[in-house]
Design a binder for this molecule. Structure first.
Ligand code: ACO
Length: 326
């Protein structure tokens, strides 16, 4: 099989910043509570005229430039998101049009915060088999549109953003070494949006009952997250035939600093081997891991040959992990 890796990166967050102090004016909360329980200090919020494809577009343009490719060179576009512009056409098709990526197949992928890693695994398989050469994989979410800003249990946790990578053939020895994807549908009710689908279409009643906002059982999701961050990391390292001592950079889903710290303790990883930006962006769902990855790349934190481990978890419930040699 052809070795497949990341040959271009890009990211985008909207300009507007919503700080913990701003949230103190909106709900009964405090900067102290938010920082101590989550590690979040601020998050970026999309402008009223920005939808997920707009965020994705900005990240995609950067990624194409960094890969030295034109949009016409893309064979595939995968957008991982739980906040598509609309039910259909897919955000990937909207983006394909905006980019002018006329030759690219395009689809959305729904795996919540694990979506980016699911997207990497899917696109890698297409390229490994020789079906495609260049794929754009984006994690993009506009969670502010599905967040109830009167619910202090959830509104402090989320932000908006997009991260993009171009996947293509890389020299032997580099690229993705293993993936571990999983799902635990029994836990689906712990994190959900009930309204707007075929089970509960939008209606006056569904709006009044706030069924179009995120509902979450924070404590149970927390327990799930700590558990699968451990098991998914073990599994993906085993599949790659390496140990935790081989990790050069660990990129966890940025949901809560306490979940990240528990993973670092379990892996015995020093802070300099872990990417943390939850303080600046909060939980941006599918955008979280690519935003962290791209920021780490921009800061020169990966050098050729480094072993990079990404691990995410989210609604579904789902998880996804990968081992990548940079
Ligand atoms: N400000 C002040 N108090 C608050 C706030 C707030 N913003 N939010 C909740 N509280 C209160 C609660 O009402 C509760 O009060 P009570 O004891 O009187 O009932 C108290 O704080 C403690 O609540 P806990 O649930 O015990 O707080 P916990 O320490 O578990 O932290 C949190 C809550 C941050 C939500 C945590 O459970 C968590 O991070 N869970 C994981 C969430 C997550 O990762 N979700 C995203 C998954 S990815 C995806 O797919 C989108």
């Amino acid at each position: 099989m052809r070795p497949v890796g990341i040959i271009g990166t890009g990211k985008y967050v909207p300009e507007k910043v919503l700080t913990n102090a701003d949230l103190e004016k909106m709900v009964e909360t405090s900067d102290e509570w938010i920082v101590s329980r989550t590690g979040i200090r601020e998050r970026h919020i999309a402008a009223p005229d920005q939808a997920t494809s707009d965020l994705a577009y900005e990240a995609a343009v950067q990624a194409l430039a960094s890969a030295n490719l034109a949009a016409e060179d893309l064979d595939l576009i995968v957008v991982a998101t739980v906040t598509p512009d609309m039910s259909f056409p897919s955000t990937a098709c909207i983006l394909q049009d905006k980019l002018g990526a006329k030759k690219a197949a395009a689809f959305d992928l729904s795996a919540a915060c694990s979506g980016f890693v699911y997207g990497l695994a899917s696109a890698t398989s297409f390229i490994q088999t020789g079906m495609y050469n260049n794929a754009l994989v984006i994690g993009a979410d506009t969670l502010s549109r599905i967040t109830d800003y009167t619910d202090r249990n959830t509104c402090v946790l989320f932000g908006d953003g997009a991260g993009a990578v171009i996947l293509g053939e890389v020299p032997e020895g580099r690229g993705f070494k293993s993936f571990d994807l999983g799902a635990e549908g029994t836990g689906g009710s712990l994190l959900k949006i009930e309204g707007g689908g075929s089970r509960l279409p939008a209606s006056q009643a569904s709006i009044e009952a706030k069924k179009h906002f995120i509902q979450m059982n924070g404590r149970e999701v927390f327990k799930f997250a700590v558990r699968v961050m451990g098991t998914a990391t073990d599994d993906v390292l085993n599949k790659a035939g390496i140990t935790k001592e081989d990790i050069d950079l660990f990129i966890p889903h940025q949901a809560n600093i306490r979940i990240i710290q528990s993973a670092m303790e379990r892996l015995n990883l020093p802070e300099e081997k872990c990417v943390i930006n939850v303080d600046k962006y909060a939980n941006t769902s599918a955008a979280s891991i690519p935003l962290a990855l791209v920021e780490a790349a921009e800061q020169g934190r990966m050098k050729e040959g480094d072993t990079v481990v990404m691990v995410g978890f989210g609604g579904g419930l789902t998880w996804g992990a990968s081992v990548l040699v940079w």
